[in-house]
Design a protein around this ligand. Structure first.
Ligand SMILES: [Mn+2]
Length: 366
């Protein structure tokens, strides 16, 4: 990742639009909130009008706290935003730049992500997929550092605080941080509001999340060094608790990899959601998950998939439906664990290739 090139690429893409829509796909987490906000500031300071829209509501109290405490304005549009009034859009922190209702109608000007690269149906004006950064917030922090914008004191404080929280979340409290994170933290530290950070990071787990953790602990299954647990039906408003439950179990249980899954009750449908967490740096979660379903993916240490089950939404024996899906999911996971050796090797070789390239060319590859 070359930050000067990245900055120039973003600026060039921005120079071609007047009204940019920054789209948050999926449930807004600290990394995508912070990096989208940073892009919005950058755009605004280059004379481009920019707005942030999220396709799902925020589901965790600490994520709402970031938006509220730092005055980050965003709208929500679950149907998918209309292109009207915008001449381009941007997608950060997501493997695909495709957005229903926008793609094919207005161009995607900017796509930045730190998950594994996948084939995308959308060609973006500027695209950076860098797995050498632990978060998109890391990339945007370094971009801001190089842009030297004349931000107001409150803008500086808010964006630095948000980006720090985005990095913190995606690197598991800097446990998986690299040299880019170090440089970004050095840049952000003097500007961020440490009181807000400690207030937001100490938001206790909600009662509902605690209940789900309890459910996972009672229902957990150990298979070789994998642990998995199905949580049954949960409301869409607390779907992010699945990932938190997975984090919690990986921290406390003696397993290499944790998978938590649940049936998400949406207003007019059902989805099976699964969250993967691993401490094995060689486990290629992206490949592993894509073998289960194309509707998912991952990066080092984290992954997730969603399977649409709307077809079953009116089936009235909910217990039977859950028990079927629970059993099927366990079987899929056991089979994935048995075939893991190959995905693990793939991850290992990919990392080795990267290291070798860095050694011989002196530059980092993405
Ligand atoms: Mn991220």
């Amino acid at each position: 990742m070359n930050i000067t090139e990245t900055l120039n690429g973003i600026l060039e893409a921005l120079s071609r639009c007047k009204n940019l829509l920054i789209v948050i796909k999926g449930s807004p987490d600290p990394d995508v909130i912070a990096s989208s906000y940073a892009l919005k500031l950058l755009a605004t300071h280059r004379g481009v009008h920019a707005q942030i829209v999220a396709l799902a509501r925020i589901s965790l109290p600490q994520n709402s706290a970031i938006v509220n405490e730092l005055g980050i304005s965003m709208s929500f549009d679950e149907q998918g935003p209309s292109p009207e009034g915008h001449d381009a859009y941007a997608v950060l922190d997501h493997q695909s730049a495709y957005v229903e209702r926008l793609s094919g109608r207005i161009p995607c000007a900017i796509h930045i992500d730190h998950h594994e690269k996948t084939e995308d149906t959308v060609n973006s004006g500027y695209s950076l997929i860098s797995t050498t950064a632990g978060s998109v917030s890391t990339i945007m922090a370094l971009v801001l550092k190089n842009a030297g914008l004349g931000l107001s004191p409150s803008e500086r404080r808010n964006v630095a605080t948000a980006l720090y929280l985005g990095m913190l979340t995606d690197t598991d409290n800097f446990r998986h941080a690299g040299p880019h994170e170090q440089e970004a933290v050095e840049f952000l530290s003097p500007m961020m509001d440490k009181k807000i950070i400690s207030r937001i990071t100490s938001v206790p787990l909600s009662d509902q999340t605690q209940q789900l953790i309890g459910r996972a602990l009672t229902g957990k299954v150990l298979y070789r060094d994998w642990l998995f647990a199905g949580l049954g039906y949960i409301d869409e408003s607390i779907r992010d608790s699945i990932a938190i439950t997975a984090d919690f179990l990986l921290e406390r249980e003696d397993a290499q990899t944790v998978i938590i899954y649940a049936m998400i009750d949406r207003r007019h449908g059902l989805t099976l959601d699964a969250s993967f967490r691993t401490r094995n740096p060689n486990l290629d979660l992206d490949t592993l998950i894509k073998k289960i379903t194309p509707n998912g993916g991952g990066r080092m240490y984290k992954g997730a998939f969603q399977i649409n089950l709307d077809y079953f939404r009116n089936y009235d024996d909910r217990d039977a439906l859950w028990s079927l899906l629970d059993g099927a999911t366990r079987q899929v996971l056991r089979a994935s664990r048995d075939g893991m050796h190959f995905t693990e090797l793939k991850g290992f070789y990919r990392r080795m290739k990267r290291t070798l390239r860095t050694l011989f060319t002196g530059e980092e590859s993405d």
